[in-house]
Design a protein around this ligand. Structure first.
Ligand SMILES: [Fe+2]
Ligand SMILES: [Fe+2]
Length: 339
């Protein structure tokens, strides 16, 4: 089946401030010439977690995924744009490093992964809330927040593949193989998520909700792109991946319970059910074969793996807090509420 190009390449989002406006204006100029003079934008008062910077960064990264309709693919490696992106990345990474704080010399990836495996029975994040008392409307908002990730699920971490070697690479690819449907297009997790969106009556087109989601939903994906696209951060990328896989199975189980309580369509349940089962297996592979082999091969990356796990916590906690604050205050957690 051939997709119309509009479904492959999303439309550019709307600017929300000077940084995103500068990037969008640039991309609309047509095919860039080399060299382009450095582009200057005022960064001094930009909030590193704010919507303007996160949207600008998301747009820059998207050039490495599907790009945008009517934007020249040549922008992907334009030095002037990369220079600007580097400044956004620096601001974001500095803020995350500060929030993660000091990582002690004796802290190990293994101990950090052990901590992740201990799930509180009564947590207070969105999956617990949705399981126990959230509404279907709030569940739809949750789907929309996650759509900027799940419609490209597996892709950000896949940038890390060439940066690995030996057994950790083989094991990492084995897990990603499942994320990409084990060779079957209908089982690609991105596709399963599009089916979830359709069944829920939402827009399943790629980045169809880029203008609706708040900064924290964008930051969640930007962190993965940042780690995946920098070889220097490969240990953090693997830590992020490990944390995603280890926490996915219990979190997905709560969402299955939430969806069953709400009488949700089967395709919605199916997406999370798939993750309850698959990620319980992935957890074991990631711990021993991916992380275990990586740190045995490159011991200096051990604390980077810890950093990746904690950085994911920082960014995901911000999104979770945002959702909970809005929902418990009876407000929409989206920038633009659903109709
Ligand atoms: Fe998945
Ligand atoms: Fe998985």
């Amino acid at each position: 089946m051939t997709l119309p190009s509009t479904l492959v390449e999303p439309a550019l989002p709307k600017a929300v401030g000077p940084l995103s406006a500068a990037i969008i204006e640039l991309l609309q100029r047509g095919r860039p010439s080399l060299p382009l003079r450095p582009i200057d934008v005022p960064m001094f008062d930009a909030d590193p977690y704010g919507l303007d910077l996160q949207l600008a960064l998301y747009i820059c990264y998207e050039l490495h995924y599907r790009g945008f309709a009517d934007v020249s693919a040549r922008w992907e490696w334009n030095p002037a744009l990369l220079h600007l992106r580097g400044r956004f990345e620096e601001a974001f990474l500095d803020a995350v490093r500060q929030d993660v704080g000091e990582i002690g010399p004796d802290e190990t990836a293994e101990a950090e992964m052990d901590k992740l495996s201990v799930e509180p029975v009564d947590g207070d994040g969105p999956s617990y809330y949705l399981r126990d008392k959230g509404t279907w409307e709030q569940m739809l908002e949750y789907f929309v927040h996650r759509s900027v990730y799940h419609l490209k699920e597996g892709d950000p971490h896949a940038f890390t593949i060439p940066r690995l070697a030996g057994h950790s690479k083989a094991a990492f690819v084995a897990v990603e193989f499942d994320e990409f449907g084990g060779g079957r297009g209908d089982y690609v997790h991105q596709h399963l998520y599009a089916q979830l969106m359709d069944a829920a009556g939402l827009n399943s087109s790629y980045l169809g909700y880029l203008d609706n989601v708040p900064a924290d939903a964008l930051a969640s994906v930007n962190l993965m792109s940042l780690f995946g696209l920098h070889r220097e951060l490969r240990g953090a990328s693997i830590g992020h991946f490990a944390s995603t896989e280890i926490t996915s199975s219990p979190g997905s189980r709560r969402l299955v319970e939430a969806l069953r309580r709400m009488g949700a369509p089967d395709a919605c349940v199916a997406f999370y059910q798939e993750h309850v089962v698959a990620d319980a297996v992935h957890e074991q592979i990631v711990r021993t074969d991916v992380v275990g082999d990586l740190v045995a091969r490159e011991p200096h990356l051990d604390r980077d793996v810890v950093f990746g796990i904690r950085a994911r916590d920082v960014v995901e906690d911000r999104l979770a807090d945002h959702m909970m604050k809005c929902w418990t205050g009876n407000r929409s957690s989206l920038r633009r509420p659903l109709d």
